[in-house]
Design a protein around this ligand. Structure first.
Ligand code: FE2
Length: 450
């Protein structure tokens, strides 16, 4: 019996439709369901104060905060410590309603800040003021700086991130800023914003935060949308976003630091690619550091995040990006680029600080993995070296890598070889646990023959 071509085509279409329907049914909740937000009422007092970079270079700072009640006017009051002058700046106050309640989202810009000076400030809504806070600007003369990089936080309610962050703050009080690779909150709801804020409250008031948006900051749907609370909180995004891509770039000392929004649907990422190319082209700094949520080279499956890789990888290489900071996949992983068997840049890091761990799929492009722990990174950017150190939450050193660059060459110095890799997945049971054990053993064997 001969089957006509037409019937074969219709058969294939039918199979594809059925397969699509099954996948959609299975993934419906993950892709489209937004959990209802519990009701909340915010007090009238200005709260959740967050200091960030501004949009006018390394001396610019913004501040954001929220309040309940009624707000006609947001204002920022500040003074250079040791001077008599008080400066008042009008801010913006936006009524913001969500399914569980409402708040006013506020932000304002500091003006005329100077190198090496310290400032005291508080924020106002009409006649109500926050507490006083203070911060110091970086000195002009020092040609090196350091910052903390943290992957996904995504804490549970009444979670443990506060201790985690306080430990870092006490251990490294002299860093210039904190960078978070997205999924700063578990869900776009007031309760998770409050939880996340409490975990960084002592840091957010005095160190600028830079945060890339993660998928947990997005509202799900056919076309996913970043919930507006995110750019209100990290208000540099309000001016720097480009065609609905929440991107940002700042030159800090001799580095250009760029944050991308890897959550955009693939057909919307072309415009972001366009923006990235311009930002990289415009940089005349020695170091280029990019942060985004989704790892270009997935450690969950070879096809994961493939569109993000297609979009950005070639640009990172073309314009000499040194370091790529990523999150999302809830393990530690470090990959260097291999050229003639030598390690070179870009260096790709994946990290997380969440109580949730995910399954790791070994990817041979990587040098090193870490599981079942939360990690943080201290990154020092000097004249000719970027020194990356990753730590476990008990402060033990987990990774140690230097990127050394002079006019003629780039050298990678890996000091981590004597530190054993942690490859454990206690959450896995039965066949999956056995499979992971075997893959881990294979991975370690592969490393020992290199
Ligand atoms: Fe994520």
């Amino acid at each position: 019996m001969r089957i006509s071509k037409k019937k074969i085509v219709w058969g294939i279409v039918l199979i594809l439709l059925i397969a699509g329907g099954v996948i959609c049914k299975k993934r419906w909740g993950v892709w489209f369901h937004n959990k209802p937000e519990p009701e909340y009422v915010l007090t009238d007092k200005p709260q959740r104060v967050i200091l960030t970079f501004g949009n006018e270079g390394e001396l610019s700072r913004n501040v954001s905060w929220v309040c309940g009640g009624v707000s006609r006017q947001a204002r920022l009051e500040y003074t250079q410590i040791g001077s008599e002058d008080t400066i008042w700046v009008d801010g913006v106050s936006k009524f913001f309603k969500t399914l569980g309640g409402f708040c006013y989202a506020n932000w304002a810009k500091f003006k005329h800040l100077s190198y090496g000076k310290s400032y005291s400030y508080r924020v106002w809504n009409d006649g109500r003021a926050s507490n006083w806070y203070s911060f110091s600007m970086q000195p002009d003369s020092v040609d090196r700086f350091s910052f903390i990089f943290v992957g996904d936080v995504q804490d549970t309610l009444k979670g443990k991130t506060r201790n985690f962050m306080e430990n870092i703050r006490h251990r490294f009080p002299h860093v210039a800023f904190y960078a978070f690779a997205g999924d700063f909150i578990e869900r776009p709801m007031n309760c998770y914003w409050e939880e996340a804020y409490q975990s960084v409250d002592s840091i957010a008031i005095c160190y600028p935060l830079i945060v890339s948006p993660g998928n947990h900051e997005y509202k799900k749907g056919i076309v996913r949308v970043l919930e507006e609370r995110f750019p209100y909180a990290f208000s540099y995004l309000l001016e720097s976003r480009y065609k609905d891509n929440h991107v940002f770039s700042i030159d800090y000392k001799d580095a250009t630091i760029i944050t991308l929004d890897s959550n955009r649907d693939p057909w919307l990422q072309f415009s972001q690619r366009e923006w990235l190319e311009e930002a990289l082209k415009a940089s005349d700094k020695k170091w280029k550091i990019v942060m985004l949520h989704h790892p270009l080279y997935s450690i969950k499956g070879t096809l994961n995040n493939i569109t993000v890789r297609w979009m950005y990888d070639s640009l990172f290489r073309k314009y000499g990006v040194d370091l790529v900071l990523q999150g999302h996949e809830h393990n530690y992983a470090r990959m260097t680029t291999k050229q003639d068997d030598e390690m070179t840049t870009p260096v790709f890091l994946v990290s997380h600080a969440s109580p949730k761990g995910y399954r790791l799929s070994f990817n041979e492009k990587y040098d090193r993995f870490g599981t079942n722990h939360r990690f943080y990174q201290h990154i020092e950017v000097g004249e000719d070296t970027i020194h990356i150190r990753a730590f476990l939450e008990d402060n033990s050193l987990y990774d140690d890598l230097r990127i050394v660059k002079d006019d003629s060459e780039i050298q990678i110095i890996d000091e981590s070889r004597s530190i054993p890799e942690i490859l454990e997945m206690p959450g896995l049971k039965g066949k999956k646990a056995e499979e992971f054990k075997q893959n881990a053993a294979k991975w370690l064997k592969r490393k020992s023959v290199q």
